[in-house]
Every structure is written in structure tokens, then in C-alpha cells.
Design a binder for this molecule. Structure first.
Ligand SMILES: *[C@@H]1O[C@H](CO)[C@@H](O)[C@H](O)[C@H]1NC(C)=O
Ligand SMILES: *[C@@H]1O[C@H](CO)[C@@H](O)[C@H](O)[C@H]1NC(C)=O
Length: 918
């Protein structure tokens, strides 16, 4: 039986992993797995075909002829379509070289006499996490009549690529895995002439080629040994359009194959061109090695790739055998390499990289006792460059259906740039490198940096204030003074929690100043600068009739502004008092996700009338907002030594994490000693309660599946939808809450961090978590990561399946659920695994499937556990299976509606029901 076998295999994995853990612990062989791994990679046979074209229409190619005035053309020798650079850059001057080049790409160029940094932005269909070869080409051609090429810096996005000092005719190439959805190539003026560029080429590489663990690979050499042509070999011979240069040492003997290398029989991961591989060099006899040496920078790291294919037909049964040495010490890169006739083979030296040596001594020898001289067909040498700077935070790549978590700065500032057509030198990354950050912008030095101030004073901005400004979450200072901005002041600006300076003078706004801004101003939190204008009335709501009373003379200094605003505010207060208090309170209570005063909390909880739970940090009360929406209010006990900043930061963090399977934080109260968190109310309590033996309403199998899928959704979002990922750290059934429709939501995420000081003050090194759900690997590795939550999730799945708690306390010792369930799994005894209270009412196939998923989650070695996205996909499959087999109903309906009566156990005092039960 398939399932049975899969289970047996998994048990085997489990045992091997256990053995590994024990061996590691006993022998102290940390990292033995890595130590055992070979330090070489040998290209495998049977992959892609030789010189296979990635796609007929140059998919993954971007070919830009800079400064070209012809729109698109087909390159005469390669057939590659090149486009002009119009759509990729909006600065610089197109120019033509004054000498003639055969390659039309070199004939035109773009120079950048203005601006310190100018950037091309390339947007391939998919950039993020894809591997690209990026090539910048330069041919000075005395275009400016100065007879001297400039020297300037080339940047890959926010990181320096290299200095270009050989501009007469050269190209530079880098291999890089993009971390963003775009690739910026920038030229930076370093005061030694005007930067220029002739062409820019981007080629998509297969992800298996050229391993890059971090940084980028700068190409130093790509040699077609004993190549025949006098021009470089590139597309179409090389499907990836790498440039291969022919080279040959005098004492090397050229050999070549007359028969073509059989593309079909010689699959090879590096897509090597036949033209390159059919020629090779050899030495006179087997006692002479092929030798070459190269100067290295001892501080850099280098990687070498050697490409071989037997091109001589040897006597039948005979094979050439080689060894490769790189350091003149006869220490071999690999065991001997045996070559097959006409079959490419790549030997890679990439782990560890070559470093610390001033020279590389390459020597290829015939293996001991063999009598065929060594050969070499091609090789490549790369230098690793680090890319230490991260681009400004971007939201791109987040699932669009989800709310943002943070990191929207890049998107927001680009929206602002486009919306107002900002004419300054705003190119490349807004913040990095810091000395080239955009005019009027200040950023933090974090990695990634965040935008903290924006000065668009006197920038000819027109129209109204765009909502994009409010997405610059960490903005402290915004200067929009002396533009032609019109319209009403938007409410959104008050959403910027750190805003302390807002200058709006010299514009033509109408309407009223939003109350919240005035309040911040009143509290001394905001330096608000506005000038009065007949159309800008300074009270809420705007009343045409009374307008005149509040008209203020134009202000010159902000001090006057402060005084006058204070006057307005008090006038406003009086005006309000007359009208009754309904105006203020109603609107403020209604809006969710906000800060509440203590008196509001008293009102919401009806003076703390209904306790619905008790957690480690204080009581939880039932509350009701003005719009009748029920909430759970968790009051933090005043004795809590929780730091003010941490509490606020955490509350704000929780308020921006939204997902239907995460309990929503509605707001918080941070009023002196009184601190409270206000959550959406979950009518059906927590999962622990539902699984407990005392609960008479047994969850059906399908309900359990739905809860598992819901919880997996929530956890998957925390892990993969948030950047940086949020690790729950204390996942357990009492933290999985159920609403009135039995929809499951995860609670308490991120709280372990906020409240760490409280619970772990005496043992600060002890990781948070609950006995039974804590990853067994933690004591050794000590760090929190996603895989730890996956373990806890596996335990919860087992609880859903078996109906048993994670730990069964016994008279002698506690019994863990895994110790109980594994023997039954080994015996394939599904009937005894599944909760007996279901009385056999479950689908065996789906039960096995969930058991398998739970086992993979609870594997003892963290790296072997799946990611939550995979867990979610597999659980969804189970769900789909059950529902297509069962009643022919739609899955969503099944999951969201419940036959269960609306329980009232939220009133039971002793149980931990509320979102913060612990
Ligand atoms: C290999 O060639 C070298 C140089 O021609 C010669 O001195 C040497 O004797 C040769 N060795 C063998 C085993 O033929
Ligand atoms: C913004 O720039 C203008 C002109 O450069 C300057 O006068 C003003 O003080 C700046 N605003 C802030 C808030 O720094």
C-alpha cells in the first residue's frame, strides 16, 4: 500500500535523523553534514541539451543599445534584437562614437554630464530570485573629442560593482541573483570624466548554473581553450550569450573533434556551446601537465569552472583520466576525472572559494599510471563580490491579497515620484548608497534603510496631497511648503506615528485641518506649520457661516503659528462643548485599529464587568464598541515591568498584521500606568477547550481538517507573508481561537517577544514556549526560526487527529504524544490513532495523509521539516479530497458554517479562552 510505504520511509528518515542528532550530541561533530559534503560539484549528465536555446524569442534577454536613435533592430551577427535605451532611463545625452566599430552596438552611447549617479532600471518579467548575467559594455570611440576615456564607478543597484578604468573598449560582466523585482545598473561620477555606457545586456541563466551563495560573481576569464575563430563565440552558439574568448599557450597542442559533439547524448547543466567544446589543448605526453597561472588578490574569493569533453577517439575501452590542482602543492581539486568521448563535463571549484593566495597555479595532469596526456576545453574564473547594502525596503513580492506588513517605502516614494513628476535627480535607489541618496530625502542606516524625512519644498508640486505620503511609515519630517498644492488636507497624514514636523505653508489648501493633526500639535508631538487662508478653515467640521471668525492672517514664522493654533484649538474646544460631546467620541470609538484612552476602555468593558479569561499578564474582559461589535480587552497588570517603548512598538506591529486566520488587534490603550490590548472577540473559545475530554460537543473529522487548514493559513502568513517573518514561538491549541462560525484564528503571535521580559525575566536564555510543543532541537541550536513553529504545528495536528493532549501527565513521568503515536504508526494502526470519540466517522485515506503531514512537521531535525506553504498545500489537498467525496458541497461553506450551537463558555472563568491565554 502506497501510504503504508510512505510512512515506513518516513519512519526510516526519522530514525536516521534521530541517529544523526544523537551522533552529533555524543561525538560533538557539529556541522558533520557539511564537513562530509564534497568540496566540489561535478556537473551531471542527462540535464539540459548542449547549447539549448532557452526560448525561441529571446525570453530572458534584455539587450539595450544605449544612445541608439533606431528603435529596434536585429543585430547583424547574432540575430539578437536590440532596443534603444529610451524606456530605461530618463537622463543623459545620446552620442555617437567618432571612430567606426564593426559592432553597431558600440557605435552609439549615452553620456551623463549631469548628476552624480545615473541609473538604468531593468525590469525582466521575473527578476526576484532569478539568476542573471548582466553585462555593461563601453566603447569610448572619442565621442567627445577629448581623446581620453573617463574613469567612473559602476554600481549594481545599491552596491559597487567595480571601477571602470579601461573605457576605450571593454565590457564587464556579473552573475547575480536578483533580490528585487527590478535590476538597477548605475554609473557614478567620481570626478574623473563624464561617465558613459554603450550597451547593457541582461541574460537569464538557469538556476542550476554557477552557484552563488551570497553576493555576485564577477567574471574574470571565460576562455575557449585552443579556440579557432578570431572573434568571440557568443549567441547563437551559446544559448545564454556568454562571451567566450579563444586563447592558447605556445606549448599547448591544439586538438579538435571532427565529429560534432552529440548534443543529444551530451546533456550538461552549463549549456556549453559545441563550438567551444569541440576544441581543446593537450600536452606532448602524459608526463607533462597543462599549466597556467594567474595573479589573484589575496583578500578576494575566487571560483573556477573547468569544462572538459574528450575530443580524441582513443583505442576502444580506453579513457583519459585527469587530476586538477590549483595551488602547486599537488593537492587535488577532485579525485581523478574520467572523460567520456564527446561528452561535456564540468568540474567546479566553488566550496570553499580560493582565497588568501597571491597566485593561482593551475595544473592539469594525467592521472597516475595513465598514459594519455591531459586536456582542457574551456574554463571560467570568477571573483566573488559582496553586496552588503540592501535596497530600500520594498513591498513588492508580497502576496497582493494580503495587507502590507511594513516595508512600503520604496513603492510609496516611487508613487510620489510618478504622481508629482518630481523633476529632481531621483534615480536608482532612493537611500543607498547613503552619499547618493535622493535630494530632499533622509533615510535610516538600517538594512534595508527606511525613509525618515522628505523635503519637497518649492518643487512645483500640483494637485492634492497623495495618500502615498502616509505609506512612508517611519516618516518624521515632511516638508511640502511653497508648492501649488490644492484640495483638502487628507486624513491619512495622521497615520504617521513618528511625524514630528509637517510644513504645509505656501500652498492653496481648502477645507479644515484634520482634528488628529491638531491634537498632535496640541500635545506638542507635531511641529505643524500652516498658513491661514480664507479657504482653509481651521476647525471641524467646516461651517461656512462661521468661517470668518477663524480666519487668520498669513503667518511668517512657526512660533506665531503655534500661538495661533493654540488659540484655535481652545476656540474649537469651546465650540465643541457647546455642541455636545457626540462629535468627538462617536467618530473616535468607531474607527478601529487605533489607540484608546483608559476612560474609553472603562466604557468599552462596562467598567470591567465580564471577566472572560485570565492570562499570565492580567485579566481579559468582554467589551463592546459603540457599534455593538464585541471585543476582548486584555488589561495588562500595572505591576508589569513591560517597557513603554516595547509595548507601543509591539502594539503597532500587531495592528498592521492582518489576515483572516489571525486574531485581529482592534486597538490598544497606552494611558500612563494603564495598558490594554483590544482584540476581536472569538465566540467559540479556543481549540484546547474543544479537544478536551470534558467538552461534550466532539469536533467532527471535517471540522478538524478545516481548523488545521485555517491555522496553517494563519501561520503561513506570519512566516511568508510578513517581512521580516514573524515567528509565533508559542503555538498551541489554547492559542488557536474559533469565532462564531468555527473559523480558526491564531492568537498571541508576536506577543512572546513583547512580553519576554515578564515571563522570562529570571531565565532570560530559556526560550519561550510551552512544554510539549517546544522543538527538541532548540536546546542545541538556540535560535528561533520558522521550523520551530512548524514543529509545534505538527504536534497540534497530532492532537487534532488523536484527540489527546500533547503531554499526558502520568504518575511516574509525563508521556509525550509522539511517544504514544509512533508505535501505532509503525503498526499502521489508524483505527487506534484517530480520536475514538469520532467512532470511526472519518476517511482513512485523509487520516493517513494528515498523519504523514504531522510526522513531517514534527521531524526532530529542523531543516528536514517542510515550510508552512507546503504544509498548507498538502492540508488543502486533504480537505478537497474529503469534500469531493462527501456531501457535494462547496468547501468554503463547509468550513465556515458549523452545526454547533453558539457556546457560551466564554463566561467560564477558569478556562483560558481569551486571545492571550497562556
Ligand atoms: C615527454 O616529452 C618530453 C619533452 O618532449 C620528453 O623529454 C620526455 O622524455 C617525454 N616522456 C615520455 C615518457 O615520453
Ligand atoms: C527643505 O528645504 C528647504 C530648501 O532647501 C529648506 O529651506 C527647508 O528648511 C527644508 N525643510 C526642512 C524641514 O528641513
Amino acid at each position: 500500500m502506497g501510504t503504508g510505504r510512505a510512512i515506513t520511509e518516513m519512519l526510516l528518515v526519522l530514525k536516521v535523523s534521530l541517529f544523526f542528532v544523537i551522533a552529533t550530541a555524543v561525538l560533538g561533530v557539529g556541522n558533520s553534514e557539511h564537513a562530509a559534503a564534497r568540496n566540489i560539484n561535478i556537473g551531471h549528465h542527462g540535464g539540459r541539451k548542449l547549447a539549448e536555446t532557452p526560448s525561441p524569442e529571446f525570453k530572458g534577454f534584455i539587450s539595450i543599445d544605449c544612445g541608439s536613435n533606431v528603435e529596434d533592430y536585429i543585430h547583424p551577427t547574432t540575430g539578437i534584437p536590440y532596443t534603444s535605451d529610451e524606456g530605461f532611463i530618463d537622463t543623459g545625452i545620446a552620442a555617437t562614437a567618432s571612430r567606426y566599430y564593426d559592432d553597431p552596438v558600440k557605435q552609439t552611447l549615452r553620456s551623463f554630464p549631469q548628476g552624480k549617479r545615473n541609473c538604468y532600471t531593468l525590469r525582466p518579467n521575473e527578476a526576484r530570485n532569478k539568476k542573471y548575467l548582466i553585462r555593461a559594455r563601453f566603447a569610448y570611440g572619442n565621442y567627445d573629442g577629448k581623446d581620453k576615456g573617463p574613469v567612473f564607478d559602476l554600481y549594481l543597484g545599491v552596491n559597487k560593482w567595480r571601477t571602470v578604468d579601461d573605457t576605450n573598449e571593454t565590457y564587464h560582466e556579473i552573475i547575480h541573483v536578483a533580490s528585487t523585482d527590478y535590476i538597477d545598473v548605475c554609473l557614478v561620477n567620481i570626478g574623473q570624466g563624464v561617465p558613459f555606457i554603450s550597451a547593457l545586456e541582461l541574460r537569464h541563466l538557469d538556476s542550476s548554473m554557477y552557484r552563488i551563495e551570497s553576493g555576485a560573481l564577477l567574471k574574470l576569464r571565460r576562455i575557449d581553450v585552443a579556440g579557432t575563430g578570431n572573434s568571440i563565440i557568443r549567441y547563437p552558439d551559446d544559448a545564454y550569450d556568454r562571451y567566450w574568448h579563444a586563447s592558447q599557450k605556445d606549448d599547448w597542442i591544439k586538438i579538435a573533434s571532427n565529429s560534432t559533439i552529440y548534443a543529444s547524448s551530451s546533456g550538461e547543466a552549463y549549456g556549453l556551446p559545441v563550438e567551444v567544446m569541440k576544441t581543446a589543448a593537450k600536452t606532448q605526453n602524459a608526463s607533462i601537465p597543462l599549466k597556467a597561472n594567474f595573479t589573484l588578490d589575496p583578500l578576494s574569493k575566487y571560483y573556477c569552472y573547468f569544462h572538459f569533453a574528450e575530443v580524441e577517439k582513443l583505442e576502444s575501452g580506453q579513457q583519459r583520466e585527469l587530476t586538477i590542482s590549483l595551488d602547486d602543492q599537488r593537492s587535488y581539486l577532485t579525485e581523478s576525472v574520467i572523460l567520456d568521448y564527446l561528452t561535456p563535463r564540468t568540474i567546479v571549484q566553488d566550496n570553499p572559494p580560493i582565497t588568501g593566495a597571491p597566485r593561482l597555479f593551475l595544473s592539469i595532469n594525467a592521472a597516475q599510471g595513465t598514459h594519455f596526456p591531459p586536456i582542457l576545453n574551456a574554463y571560467e574564473i570568477f571573483k566573488l563580490i559582496e553586496l552588503p547594502n540592501e535596497p530600500t525596503a520594498t513591498e513588492d513580492g508580497m502576496p497582493s491579497s494580503l495587507f502590507y506588513f511594513s516595508c512600503m517605502d520604496y513603492k510609496a516614494i516611487m508613487e510620489i515620484k510618478t504622481r508629482y513628476n518630481v523633476t529632481r535627480n531621483w534615480q536608482g535607489d532612493p537611500c543607498v548608497p547613503s552619499n547618493y541618496s535622493w535630494d530632499g530625502l533622509n533615510c535610516t542606516n538600517d538594512n534595508p534603510p527606511r525613509i525618515i524625512s522628505l523635503n519637497l519644498s518649492s518643487s512645483n508640486l500640483t494637485g492634492d496631497i497623495d495618500t502615498s505620503f502616509s505609506k512612508l511609515e517611519l516618516l518624521q519630517s515632511l516638508d511640502l511648503s511653497f508648492n501649488n498644492l490644492t484640495g483638502r488636507l487628507p486624513q491619512v497624514l495622521e497615520q504617521l506615528p513618528n511625524l514630528n514636523t509637517l510644513d504645509l505653508r505656501g500652498n492653496k489648501f481648502t477645507g479644515s485641518i484634520p482634528e488628529a493633526l491638531l491634537e498632535q500639535f496640541r500635545n506638542g508631538k507635531l511641529d505643524l506649520r500652516v498658513d491661514a487662508h480664507p479657504d482653509l478653515c481651521l476647525y471641524t467640521p467646516c461651517k461656512g457661516k462661521k468661517k470668518k471668525e477663524f480666519v487668520i492672517p498669513v503667518l511668517a514664522s512657526s512660533i506665531t503659528a503655534v500661538l495661533i493654533l493654540l488659540f484655535i484649538v481652545s476656540a474649537l474646544a469651546i465650540y465643541r462643548r457647546k455642541r455636545g460631546s457626540d462629535v468627538v467620541t462617536k467618530s473616535s470609538i468607531k474607527s478601529k485599529n487605533r489607540q484608546y484612552s483608559y476612560s474609553e476602555v472603562v466604557k468599552i468593558t462596562n467598567n470591567f464587568k465580564n471577566i472572560i479569561g485570565k492570562g499570565g499578564f492580567g485579566n481579559v474582559y468582554l467589551g463592546k464598541l459603540e457599534d455593538e461589535i464585541q471585543v476582548a480587552v486584555k488589561l495588562l497588570s500595572p505591576s508589569s515591568n513591560q517597557g513603554y517603548k516595547e509595548f507601543r512598538a509591539e502594539a503597532q506591529l500587531l495592528m498592521v498584521v492582518h489576515h483572516r486566520n489571525l486574531v485581529t488587534l482592534v486597538g490598544y490603550c497606552d494611558d500612563g500606568e494603564n495598558k490594554a490590548l483590544i482584540y476581536e472577540y472569538m465566540a467559540n473559545g479556543n481549540l484546547q477547550h474543544h479537544l478536551s475530554v470534558t467538552n461534550p460537543n466532539v469536533l467532527t473529522w471535517n471540522e478538524r481538517l478545516c481548523i488545521a487548514v485555517d491555522a496553517a493559513h494563519g501561520l503561513e502568513y506570519l512566516h511568508n507573508g510578513c517581512k521580516p517573518p514573524i515567528i509565533h514561538r508559542d503555538l498551541k491549541p489554547s492559542n488557536i481561537l474559533l469565532n462564531e462560525n468555527m473559523q480558526a484564528k491564531i492568537a498571541d503571535f508576536g506577543l512572546s517577544r513583547a512580553f519576554a521580559t515578564e515571563s522570562d525575566s529570571h531565565v532570560s536564555t530559556c526560550p519561550a514556549g510551552t512544554l510539549g510543543y517546544v522543538d527538541p532541537e532548540i536546546p542545541t541550536s538556540g535560535n528561533f526560526n520558522k521550523k520551530r513553529d512548524v514543529y509545534s504545528f505538527g504536534i497540534i495536528l497530532f492532537e487534532l487527529i488523536t484527540g489527546r493532549p500533547a503531554i499526558i501527565r502520568g504518575p511516574m513521568r509525563n508521556n509525550h504524544i509522539l511517544d504514544w503515536v509512533y508505535p501505532l504508526i509503525e503498526r499502521a494502526d489508524i483505527q487506534n490513532i484517530v480520536d475514538p470519540r469520532l467512532e470511526g466517522e472519518f476517511n482513512t485515506t485523509s487520516a493517513w495523509k494528515v498523519v504523514e503531514i504531522a510526522m513531517s512537521c514534527a521531524l526532530p531535525v529542523a531543516i528536514q521539516r517542510p515550510d508552512m506553504s507546503q504544509v498548507l498545500a498538502e492540508l488543502n489537498e486533504c480537505l478537497a479530497q474529503v469534500f469531493t467525496r462527501g456531501r457535494n458541497q462547496r468547501m468554503t461553506t463547509e468550513c465556515r458554517t458549523s452545526s454547533m450551537p453558539h457556546n457560551t463558555f466564554h463566561l467560564e472563568l477558569e478556562s483560558e479562552i481569551a486571545p492571550f491565554a497562556r
